[in-house]
Ligand binder design. Structure first.
Ligand SMILES: [Zn+2]
Length: 304
């Protein structure tokens, strides 16, 4: 877009304004670049040597992707001040209070993702309720839904049906008003004023990771069905999402008071996905710290 090219400052200011209004609705945001990626690079990108526990912002710097996301206007202004090249913003999924789930209907070649969703809805007997819909520059659409706090909806691409991606815990949606190299994102007419609607139960079931058979030789998982669900969520991780999944599962376990008793099972599951025990314990420890911080301070503030 010519405007964006010629007036990057204005694009950043507009993106910030849109991000702040999303935050007013309780949506945690991060600045995005024209490529729809987190605008701030990781402060650890040059780190070499033995892999320590991954940092999700404990170092106090910006640049941890969706972990930077905040609803605090002062912190959002700081994030955008650090990324004056931002032209858009991302909305973190899976976080309280909305536990946002994005249903991303892609338009690619001959894939009719909207028809695929209608077919799923018929087969599984659900109706997509009236909710916010964001139109993407490529002609796709994002349906915004909310999940119940007790489930962790993972990200997935094409698992539900070809052309349907799900943005869940650890993922983000490009917010309306964002500009990218391919154009602008905007709310669909008549949906901007709507609150994101609760995800229908039968659709929610389709979004959760498929249950895995219990590992042989293992005893019962701590924390009951909820603990088993978290362990399965970790076990279903592909390379590249192992740490993210482990982190989210550990956060959930600590929030729900089963963190300490579930640690051994989470470590075992993470090791099965390819992490070392040391990495797994480090990630779980940082989840425990972050959860304690959240629970005691309610809203995450800027790092001190
Ligand atoms: Zn860090």
């Amino acid at each position: 877009m010519a405007t964006t090219d010629r007036y990057p400052r204005q694009a950043a200011t507009l993106a910030l304004a849109h991000a702040l209004s999303a935050a007013e609705r309780g949506l945690a945001v991060i600045p995005l670049s024209r490529a729809k990626l987190p605008a701030l690079r990781s402060p650890h990108r040059d780190a070499s040597g033995p892999a320590g526990p991954p940092c999700h912002g404990e170092c106090g710097r910006f640049g941890h992707g969706v972990y930077d996301a905040s609803t605090d206007p002062a912190r959002i202004r700081e994030l955008f001040a650090a990324a004056p090249w931002a032209t858009g913003y991302g909305i973190a999924c899976g976080l309280p209070p909305h536990h946002l789930i994005g249903v991303d209907l892609d338009i690619k070649s001959d894939t009719d993702s909207a028809a695929a969703l209608r077919a799923l809805a018929l087969r599984h007997r659900f109706t997509i309720p009236p909710t916010i819909i964001v139109l993407t520059p490529s002609g796709g659409r994002h349906l915004w839904l909310t999940g119940p706090p007790e489930v962790v909806v993972p990200n997935s691409a094409g698992r539900l049906a070809p052309g349907i991606d799900i943005r869940g815990a650890g993922g983000y949606l490009v917010g309306p008003g964002s500009r990218t190299a391919h154009g602008a994102y905007a709310t669909a007419p008549g949906t901007a004023h709507l609150a994101p609607a609760p995800c229908p139960r039968s659709l929610l079931r389709l979004l959760l990771p498929p249950p895995r058979p219990p590992r042989s030789g293992g005893g019962p998982t701590a924390g009951g069905a909820h603990g088993r669900g978290l362990v399965q969520f970790v076990l279903a991780a592909h390379e590249g999402q192992r740490n993210t999944r482990l982190f989210w599962a550990a956060c959930r376990a600590h929030e729900d008071g089963i963190g300490p008793e579930l640690t051994a099972d989470l470590v075992a599951a993470a090791v099965r996905t390819g992490l070392t025990p040391r990495e797994a314990r480090g990630t779980i420890a940082s989840a425990a710290r972050m959860t304690t911080h959240r629970l005691t301070r309610d809203t995450p503030g800027p790092p001190s």
